[in-house]
Design a protein around this ligand. Sequence first.
Ligand SMILES: Nc1ncnc2c1ncn2[C@@H]1O[C@H](COP(=O)(O)OP(=O)(O)OP(=O)(O)O)[C@@H](O)[C@H]1O
Ligand SMILES: [Mg+2]
Length: 251
Amino acid sequence: MIVLAIANQKGGVGKTTTAINLSAALAMRGRTVLLVDLDPQANASMSYLDVRSLQKSMYDVLTGQATLADIIQPSPVPRLDVAPARIGLAKLEGQLVGELDAHYRLKDRLQTIKDRYEFVIIDTPPALGLITVNALVAATHLLIPVQSSYFALEGTDDLLETVERIRARPNPDLKLLGAVITLHDKRTTLSRDVQKAITGVFGGRVFETTISKSIRLEESPAHRESIFTFAPQSSGAYEYYKLCEEVIERV
Ligand SMILES: Nc1ncnc2c1ncn2[C@@H]1O[C@H](COP(=O)(O)OP(=O)(O)OP(=O)(O)O)[C@@H](O)[C@H]1O
Ligand SMILES: [Mg+2]
């Protein structure tokens, strides 16, 4: 089972958009996929489910009040299931203070479903706290979306330092699968400069595929669809399909 964490503590860089569409692309290519939403904002969950009707969430799983099997919901995409988040997840940090296994909660829970899914994709909140650490401890691979903007690389040091700390102890096998440039606008000089700077930091780990700015990618979650059914001819559909191919090649 490949466990792919999608993380960057910067907000609004395309973590959730990448998580929902990469999950769908993998499922369309025949893989069984579980999308785990660890962000209290629950944007990934809302992209596929009516979250108001849900009683339990990852919060209950991570605090031991429910099993993953209890909360997993089928999505409208065949072969793609969702383990939803709710706002209550924001209280997790307080709940797990002093628990010796606080960092290992997700890893342990995922063991219970390891025969059911080929891929687990984890969407994380814009922070480097306990929730993101749980994702990085449980993950086999990390994918970092980097927004094509002037401040794109600010904070990258902190993120990579956290990754190194996690590799040093709890998860030596964690691999940096790559960085994907998002919200890209090929026409501007700034975007090209930023792309160079990102390549300077991540080298060959930068995915060849870049994700362009696309209104369709913004719209599809409101319709509870992936980009592949909402706007199959759009640049976003093409680019997330290409990214999925690169991900499959690299894992
Ligand atoms: N390629 C894109 N083109 C246009 N809009 C995009 C693109 N990617 C993401 N967006 C939009 O930008 C906003 C932020 O994207 P997203 O929610 O995926 O980022 P995030 O990193 O998950 O944010 P947060 O840190 O708050 O969880 C959303 O409104 C989303 O629809
Ligand atoms: Mg998000």
